[in-house]
Design a protein around this ligand. Sequence first.
Ligand code: B12
Length: 218
Amino acid sequence: MEKREFYEKMFQSVLQGEIEEAGELAKKALEVQIDPIAAINKGYVKGMDEVGRLYQTGEYFLPELVAAGEAMKTALKILDPVLKEQKTERKILGRVVLGTVEGDIHDIGKSIVGSMLVATGFEVVDLGVNVSIKKFLDTVKEVKPDILGLSALLTTTMPNQKKVIEALEEAKERQDVKVMVGGAAVTNRWATEIGADAYGEDAITAVELAKKLAASLT
Ligand code: B12
């Protein structure tokens, strides 16, 4: 198979959400010495970009988004160790700490956001659900992320997003991290009210925002 054909198949595997196929192609590409960075950028990432476009135009829905993210992650899991060996690690777009706030156990949307960020090239520390204010604060201090993503799906847990921001301010950690909020209950207005830097209504927007926020830091 020619390189071009490989890239096209990789593109298609993400577009069609073919998780196993995406992984198999990554393995085969390594066998024939295809540069993993080229495979990622010319194949899989192009697929992800197209999936994002189709989602925004309403042709793709959540299941396609999830499957594409999984396909991409499967390929990356195979290619990343080789990149590390070669010491030519893929350029990390930024570091993100992500979690669902205290009292809230909804994790589907937050996990999709995490997968999409990883698939795009962010390093993500996913703290899971029901994350305490202290845990967010301690992790920000320890990991020094570019972005902190706070998910909340309940009107009763949204105030915890505000409390995390307040805790960051009190600890003088707020100036070094951009805060992005989201979740079904959250609105742009709420984000502004609590002093967040951005509000993402879905995973695609979250990725776009994260790219902009990370770029604004460099
Ligand atoms: C599935 C679900 C559950 C599951 C959760 C399973 C799980 N592992 O996550 C279970 C059954 C456990 C559950 C429990 C409860 N739920 Co519930 N649940 C839902 C439901 C049906 C879907 C949520 C979901 O996964 N959506 C799909 C994902 C992909 O969408 P999303 O979460 O919005 O995420 C997207 C965006 O918001 C954004 N996003 C999400 N997070 C982030 C973060 C950042 C940083 C950014 C930028 C973007 C972003 O990107 C995501 C991808 O596009 C919603 C209804 C709804 N339509 O939202 C109710 C809903 C959220 N639940 C509700 C309630 C009331 C509850 C319970 C209190 C019910 C009860 N009485 O026990 C409990 C609370 C438990 C708790 N303490 O958290 C209410 C909340 C009402 C409100 N406004 O407060 C809703 C809206 C249902 C309703 N209409 O009443 N729930």
